[in-house]
Ligand binder design. Structure first.
Ligand code: PPE
Length: 303
């Protein structure tokens, strides 16, 4: 990976190679921790800004609340620390990874070890390959279901939840696909291993809502950008065959941005990839993150 110089750890900057923890760190054993993935972009005016930083950190605090973790910093301190981490590393564009984890001390599920916080930033390019955004990806319906909200709660971006995502992603990749589409426990489409999903048919845009998805910030951004263009998104259950017969399907996420899906389970989706609404949203998203959308400047936190 593209290492940077400094990592913010529990309130102080430490050199990248020294940001280490003990092997008995609680979260390493049991997965109880929460994190965020945020991107910083360089705008056309040369200034860099973190995209929807406050919304991401709000979700970080929501996630911690859901798991019963108390973050030993105020939310604003974490916002500032994120900005400082980008600045201190001299990055103009990067991915930011705040992580809240239980440190070492006691072992066992009942341990109440100190809650620790790390924030790393590094350059991270196209997540699903350079061609993904332009040509679309090939996806496979996963044999692994997204969990029920009374198993692992999906509104929290929990470290341990990603075992489910990794199983699905590995299965898809080993079968020659680029990404998995995961169904919920009732068999309806939920989300990708690290993305939300939108479909378009006859100009109607739908995205799954419900209890089995992570409420994505990019998903919310796209719902708002579509509304700006007079397009309402229906948040409802969708089935895998609705994707087979969709005109367009795309995935959204901080890492993948807006990535079209050109094929699911060996069936080509729509007539062209990316489809017209997908292309409009790819442009609108880039305009927003690079500060070209005056209406949504408040989504940007400048360095
Ligand atoms: N669902 C899941 C399961 C998920 O992990 C993500 C983000 C999303 C939806 C989209 O959320 P948002 O980024 O707020 O629009 N996945 C992160 C994965 C990164 C990683 O693989 O590591 C991300 O995009 O940062």
């Amino acid at each position: 990976m593209d290492k940077s110089s400094w990592i913010w750890l529990d309130g102080k900057f430490v050199p990248w190679d020294e940001a280490n923890v003990h092997v008995l760190t609680h979260t390493l054993h049991y997965g109880l921790g929460v994190f965020e993935g945020i991107r910083c972009y360089r705008g056309d005016d040369g200034r860099s800004a973190v995209f929807r930083l406050r919304e991401h950190n709000r979700r970080l605090y929501d996630s911690a609340r859901i798991l019963g973790l108390t973050i030993p910093f105020a939310e604003r301190e974490i916002d500032d620390a994120c900005v400082e981490t980008v600045r201190k590393n001299g990055l103009d564009e990067c991915y930011l990874r705040p992580l809240v984890f239980l440190g070492d001390g006691e072992m066992g599920l009942a341990a109440e070890n100190p809650v620790r916080v790390a924030i790393a930033a590094w350059r991270w390019g196209a997540y699903l390959g350079a061609d993904g955004q332009t040509k679309g990806i090939r996806a496979k319906t996963s044999s692994f279901h997204r969990f029920h909200s009374n198993t692992l709660m999906s509104k929290a971006k929990t470290v341990g939840n990603y075992v489910n995502s990794i199983l699905a992603s590995h299965e898809a990749r080993s079968g020659g696909f680029q990404e998995a589409i995961m169904l919920d426990t009732e068999g309806f489409v939920a989300e990708g291993s690290g993305e939300n999903i939108f479909i378009v048919r006859d100009g109607v845009v739908k995205t799954p809502g419900g209890h089995s998805i992570l409420p994505g910030i990019t998903r919310d951004t796209i719902i708002r950008l579509l509304a700006d263009e007079g397009i309402t998104v229906l948040e409802e259950r969708i089935t895998r065959d609705e994707i087979y017969i969709a005109d367009e399907t795309f995935m959204t996420g901080t890492a993948v941005e807006i990535t079209p899906v050109r094929e699911l389970d060996g069936r080509a989706i729509g007539r062209e990839t990316p489809g017209p609404i997908t292309q409009r949203m790819q442009r609108a998203y880039l305009d927003a993150v690079r500060g070209r959308n005056a209406k949504h400047r408040d989504w940007l936190v400048y360095l």
